[in-house]
Design a protein around this ligand. Structure first.
Ligand code: BGP
Length: 469
């Protein structure tokens, strides 16, 4: 059973939904150099054919979209504040009022429908100037600029927003230093020391935001946000088990620090083994001691690891060996609902903090057809099946005794995908008429899954146990 105060909702990110990249005084971000997501190296200068320039035009249509979320019965809506709307270059002393006003309107719109805002401070959109001037979070200077941004928006919205996440999928920075850390130096030129220095800076920045939050409003609830990835050894060979443990460590060190307030022993060992010495500032240990209130995470797949790293498949930022027991999506992402229950138990066993499922969903090609009521719609039974299987595992985790605050379905309205920068990889309950070639009216249509999710929320999960859809 889902608890009565369970926060049902959906999630988006600014750069994948808003568009309006040159409106309201917004500055450029690293996304302006990533028209093909992470599938190609960044371009030198922003290009007109970046789908994210318009995205789904949430910047102008947020009222209509939040109205649809209200119709779905959302209790919570997760979105990110584009740092470069508030500080266009990232290093200004004073914020851009037009940017703050935009988010104020979004927040007020949510509140008018009784929807709780869940705000991500940094979701893959470091201001471009900070990337160019300091190599993003590889440079210590970016830490202070982030802390100012975080404190500015938390102060501004201190009476309107309770739930905050610091960095989206902070543990993706090792694999994706540009997307996740604003590091413009090509990955091939980065040493392990460079990457771990970037990690340190992001962790310090996250803890500084948490520290500021305590002073601004003690009622705030601050979460970390990690890419949750259950790791299975490919065989019972102890070499594979140890490999899986080490893989897990690389992935979990982030939430270990954010939830426990210090680097764990295995991490010190890794630094020693690799001969890496972190450059730290006096007081960093004290800053890292500012821990979060809850652990939020995205969940899309599990990973399979072997000591023989020969057969690596595709994945969401992290590649792993194919698991012969799992089917894959059209984008080759393994589908593993039970992995969600497994990883929720793992995270709760480790931290004893409430969890929040901040992202989960199926990216699929949808076909718009004429529905029974004469309205265009999508018969997305495959999405319903996927979400239902995962939500039943969330419920299993709750039965296991894991406290779960809420669930925000990723891309509750179709948006531009992060890794491949496609419009036709759709996650939403709401179809947006826009395509990879930039055509489309931007009209919104309710998919079959829209009615299904509305019923799930209305029944607080009970409808998941009814036969059929
Ligand atoms: C996560 C990101 C999201 C989102 C999601 C789906 O890694 O936090 O921004 O996009 O993955 O990935 P994609 O959009 O590449 O399908």
């Amino acid at each position: 059973m889902f608890p009565p105060d369970f926060l049902w909702g959906g999630a988006i990110a600014a750069n994948q939904a808003e568009g309006g990249i040159d409106e309201g005084g917004k500055g450029l971000s690293i996304q302006d150099l990533m028209p093909r997501g992470i599938t190609e190296p960044p371009v030198a200068h922003p290009v007109p054919d970046n789908l994210k320039n318009v995205a789904i035009d949430f910047y102008h249509r947020y009222r209509q979209d939040i109205g649809l979320f209200a119709e779905l019965g959302f209790k919570v809506f997760r979105f990110s504040i584009a740092w470069s709307r508030i500080f266009p270059r990232g290093d200004e002393e004073h914020p851009n009022e037009a940017g703050l006003l935009f988010y104020e309107r979004v927040i007020d719109e949510c509140l008018s429908h009784g929807i709780e805002p869940l705000v991500t401070l940094s979701h893959y959109e470091t201001p471009l100037h900070l990337a160019r001037a300091y190599d993003g979070f590889r440079g210590r200077q970016t830490v202070g600029h982030f802390a100012r941004f975080a404190a500015t928006v938390m102060r501004r919205f201190k009476d309107k927003v309770t739930y905050w996440l610091t960095f989206n999928e902070i543990n993706s920075v090792l694999a994706e230093p540009l997307l996740s850390g604003g590091v413009l130096t090509p990955p091939s030129q980065l040493t392990l020391a460079d990457r771990l220095q970037t990690v340190h800076h992001e962790l310090v920045a996250s803890a500084l935001a948490t520290k500021a939050a305590r002073a601004i409003n003690p009622a705030f609830r601050i979460g970390c946000m990690v890419l949750a990835l259950p790791v299975y050894p490919l065989t019972p060979n102890p070499a594979d088990i140890i490999k899986a443990m080490e893989f897990d460590h690389r992935n979990l060190v982030f939430s270990d620090v954010q939830a426990r307030g210090r680097y764990p022993g295995y991490y010190h060992r890794w630094l020693r083994d690799e001969g890496v010495t972190l450059r730290t500032a006096p007081g960093d240990d004290g800053i890292l001691a500012n821990t979060v209130d809850f652990v939020s995470f995205s969940y899309y797949m599990s990973a399979c690891v072997s000591a023989r790293q020969d057969a690596l498949g595709a994945g969401n930022l992290v590649r792993s060996a194919p698991n012969p027991y799992l089917d894959v999506t059209a984008w080759d992402w393994p589908v593993d609902p039970r992995g969600l229950r497994y990883v929720m138990n793992q995270l709760y066993d480790r931290y004893q903090l409430p969890l929040f499922v901040a992202e989960n969903g199926l990216g699929a090609k949808d076909e718009l057809v004429l529905g029974q009521d004469g309205e265009p719609s999508v018969d997305d039974d495959y999405r319903i099946d996927y979400l239902k299987a995962h939500l039943l595992q969330v419920e299993q985790a709750i039965e296991d005794g894991v406290p779960v605050m809420g669930y925000t379905a990723w891309g509750c309205i179709d948006l531009v995908s992060a890794s491949t920068s496609q419009m036709d990889k759709r996650y939403g309950f709401i179809y947006v008429d826009r395509h990879d070639d930039g055509t489309g009216t931007l009209e919104r249509y309710r998919k079959k899954s829209f009615r299904w999710y509305r019923d799930v929320i209305r029944s607080n999960g009970l409808s998941l146990h009814e036969g059929g859809q």
